[in-house]
Write a protein that binds this ligand. Sequence first.
Ligand SMILES: Nc1ncnc2c1ncn2[C@@H]1O[C@H](COP(=O)(O)OP(=O)(O)O)[C@@H](O)[C@H]1O
Ligand SMILES: [Mg+2]
Length: 368
Amino acid sequence: MADLSKNDNAGGVSEDAAVAAIETPAQRGEPILQVRNLQKHFPLTQGILFKKKVGAVKAVDGVSFDLFQGETLGIVGESGCGKSTVAKLLMNLERATAGEVFYKGQDITRLSGRALKAVRRNIQMVFQDPYTSLNPRMTVGDIIGETFDIHPEVAPKGDRRRKVQELLDVVGLNPEYINRYPHQFSGGQRQRIGIARGLALNPEIIICDEPVSALDVSVQAQVINLMEKLQDEFNLSYIFIAHDLSIVRHISDRVGVMYLGKMAEIGTDTQIYDHPTHPYTQALLSAVPVPDPDARANRERIILTGDVPSPANPPSGCRFRTRCWKAQEKCAVEMPVLAVPERFRGQDTPAAHESACHFAEEKSVLAV
Ligand SMILES: Nc1ncnc2c1ncn2[C@@H]1O[C@H](COP(=O)(O)OP(=O)(O)O)[C@@H](O)[C@H]1O
Ligand SMILES: [Mg+2]
C-alpha cells in the first residue's frame, strides 16, 4: 500500500519503477483504486480575444472513495452532479485540478508517457451512447482492433483477427460479424461491441458511464447480465455510473451518492437503499417506484423544493442545505465523507457507511 501522505511522486519515482509497480498483480482485498479529494474546476471565461477567468464550474469538488478488487461500486446522482467528470478523471481523460487517484499505490493523475499508457491499458471505459461512441465508417473488426494499434504487445499483427473474433464471441456476438458496420447492429448489440472494445486489452477496471441508459428496458437486463458474467470470468472491478437507482442496486456491491460535485453518502447497497442516512439519498430513493402495495402505502414521497444550485456558485458547507428540510446553522460547515476508514483498509469486506450529513442517525460504521 502506498503512503497516502506522500502525494507528490512526480519527481521521485522513475518511469521504469512506475511501470513495474503498475504491472504487478494486485492482492485481493486491497483497494485497486483510491480516490482522494478529487477536484475538477472548469474555468469560466469572458471575452473573445482576452479570455478573462471570471469563475469556475466546480464539476467535481472533493470526492474520495475506494474501489476494491472484483467489486462493483455504483455512482448515482442527478444529471450534472459530476459523475461523468469523475469517470474522465479516473481515466485521465481530464486533468484533475487537485486531488489524487491511486491505482495500486501510484498517483495516476501525475503520470505521463509510458507509465500513463501502462495504466490506461488496465483502466478502460464503456460509454453511454453506443450510437455515437462507435465510428460509423469503421467495421467492428477495426473498431475493436484499433486498440491493438496502441498496445501491439497484447495482440501481434497476425493474431488480431482471431483475437477480435474471440472478443465478439465473449460478448455474445457472432464472430462472423467482424466485417459489419455499427449501423447493421441493434442498440444492445452495439453496446456489446463497446464492451468488447473495453475488454480488448484485458483491463482490471472498467468504468461504465451510464452503459445501459440509452437502451430499451428489455435490452438493459441482457447487457447487465453480460457485464456480471464478464466480471466473474475476468475478475473485473467496475465503477458503474447511472441515474437509474434500481439498476445500480442490482449490479453494485457498494453505492456512492453524488450531489453537486460531492459525495453525499457511500455504503453497501443494503446500507444505502435500506438505511439511507443523508436526506438527499432519502429524497432520491423516495422517488423510486416500489412494487409492493403495502410498502408503497407506508412510504412518504419526499418532494424537493427549489432547483439544484449552479456548480459555479455552490452553497458553502453541505451542498444540499439549500433544499434540505433538516438544515440548520451548523450545515454551513461541511461534514466531509471519508473514503474507507483506516481500520477497514486491507479487509475483504468494505463495511464503512459514510454520510456527509450532520444529522445522519447512523453515521457511525454499521455492521453488514
Ligand atoms: N468541459 C466542460 N467545461 C465546462 N463545464 C463542464 C465541462 N464538462 C462538464 N461540465 C459541467 O460540469 C458539471 C458536471 O457535469 P457531468 O460530469 O457531465 O455531470 P453528470 O455526468 O453527472 O451528468 C455540469 O454542470 C457540466 O455542465
Ligand atoms: Mg454524465
